[in-house]
Design a protein around this ligand. Structure first.
Ligand SMILES: [Zn+2]
Length: 465
């Protein structure tokens, strides 16, 4: 994603940023569907980082307990392993299988594979619909995505969802895994979409809310924002919804500061990350639109942490993504308005654009089918308008005693007590407010009839008048 271009296309800014930012959430959600807690794959993955002079070397080694003809990868967003991974044995190669749309490791001479090693390229590589394999920091640190390494003997099936990884790093560096700092070597069991692991010399900032690795080379204003705004946002949601339980989330913000034009943000369970692969951040940091977009991105992602049980605890399927994405966007709007006095006009303009983009989109697809038709952004835009209406009606009906947050806390409780997540449960929680016109408009907005859907959104946009 190129923020230079984005700033030129102002109308597209907010929606596409949130979409980009959140697309990874949807990947995570989709991939974790149907995954059982299955048996471990018979492959050990060892990652070794070493340094010689100033260059870093990252080698991944797969050891198969039962030799196999080929090694297949779980994630195949493109063909870049074929050019960025170098086999340490001249008989081994990575090829792209066009028919299967996946990269495969094989022996040129047809031998079975038992141990294979590759030297990886530890630079940033944008993968369209997947997490970047490496996110380098400007001080020589690096963060890698473990899911990129998941592989299976011959072919991957849904049962392959458990990997044993070991990571070794030079003695003057350390690892930050799941919020904990370790020296030399660490082993862990990984699954689903994997996680981001940091390797380098930077000590994380550990606060009551978060474990953060923030690139020291980032412009001061962005560093301050990351160090202060995110904890403030967390405090806000912790108060408005419920405090987080369990392990502290990790925040990684890396800046490669190179001549490139890419920025990507994403989330994995309990992790938010942002990588800037560009060199104009000092100029951008003074641009209020850029600053607001960045803050919105963080607020949206932080809001997800406070939804019940992540996305699986909110929506039953992708058709209902307006619930978790729309609420995260609207929660971001509330947090921005609450935390930043001068954010109001930005939030308002974003709301207007969301309404416009939603109604335009609903003329082409229904909300339920938007994800299939390349219009995932509608779950953010329409969903935000829907949540804004619910908030207005709830506040009006209860004379300000309750709000959308009250409804969401009840949803959290309902899901924890065994009610199924999803639209039906959510709408049941709106019944006590005696607002049939609100329910009707939501039903219309989510209906299969384009005209009704647009009318529904128009009605919702005008609530509570
Ligand atoms: Zn999201």
């Amino acid at each position: 994603m190129n923020w230079l271009n984005i700033t030129k296309i102002k109308t597209a800014i907010s929606i596409s940023l949130a979409l980009l930012a959140c697309f990874n959430v949807e990947i995570a959600w989709a991939n974790s569907q149907g995954h059982n807690d299955s048996s471990s794959s018979n492959i050990l993955i060892n990652v070794e980082k070493s340094t010689a002079d100033t260059s870093e070397k990252w080698v991944v080694t797969y050891t198969l307990t039962t030799p196999a003809k080929t090694l297949a990868f779980v994630r195949n967003p493109d063909t870049s392993r074929t050019t960025r991974w170098f086999a340490q044995d001249s008989d081994i190669e990575i090829v792209f299988d066009d028919a299967k749309h996946q990269e495969l490791v094989r022996s040129k001479s047809g031998k079975s594979l038992s141990t294979v090693s590759f030297l990886m390229t530890p630079t940033y590589k944008h993968l369209g619909k997947d997490y970047a394999p490496f996110s380098p920091f400007s001080d020589g640190g690096n963060a890698f995505h473990s899911g990129r390494l998941f592989a299976c003997a011959n072919a991957c099936s849904e049962e392959d969802n458990k990997w044993q990884l070991t990571l070794n790093v030079p003695s003057d560096e350390h690892i930050v895994l799941n919020g904990k700092v370790t020296k030399n070597s660490v082993s862990w069991t990984d699954n689903n979409d994997g996680r981001v692991v940091y390797v380098g010399r930077q000590q994380p900032i550990i606060t009551d809310d978060v474990v953060a690795l923030i690139d020291p080379g980032l412009p001061k204003s962005i560093k301050v924002s990351l160090e202060e705004d995110i904890p403030n946002m967390m405090a806000f949601f912790s108060h408005s919804l419920n405090p987080l339980k369990g392990e502290k989330p990790m925040l990684l913000a890396s800046y490669a500061n190179i001549d490139a034009h890419s920025t990507q943000g994403g989330t994995l369970p309990n992790q938010i990350f942002m990588h800037w692969n560009r060199q104009d951040l000092n100029e951008q940091a003074n641009n209020s639109s850029f600053v607001n977009q960045t803050l919105w991105f963080f607020a949206h992602e932080v809001a997800h942490f406070y939804q019940p049980g992540s996305t699986e605890g909110v929506s039953e399927n992708k058709e209902q993504s307006w619930l978790h994405e729309g609420s995260a966007d609207y929660f971001a709007a509330i947090a921005m308005n609450f935390l930043y006095e001068d954010a109001n006009s930005y939030v308002e303009s974003r709301m207007t654009r969301a309404f416009e983009s939603c109604t335009e989109g609903l003329a082409q697809t229904t909300l339920a089918h938007a994800y299939k038709n390349g219009q995932f952004n509608l779950y953010y835009s329409c969903g935000m308008i829907m949540h804004r209406a619910i908030d207005s009606v709830v506040q009006q009906k209860t004379l300000g005693e309750e709000s959308l947050f009250t409804v969401w806390k009840r949803l959290q409780k309902a899901v924890h007590s065994g009610m199924p997540p999803g639209t039906a449960t959510f709408l049941t929680l709106l019944e006590p407010y005696n607002a049939p016109e609100l329910i009707k408009a939501i039903n219309n907005a989510t209906s299969d009839d384009a005209l009704k859907a647009i009318q529904g959104i128009e009605t919702l946009y005008q609530f509570p008048e």
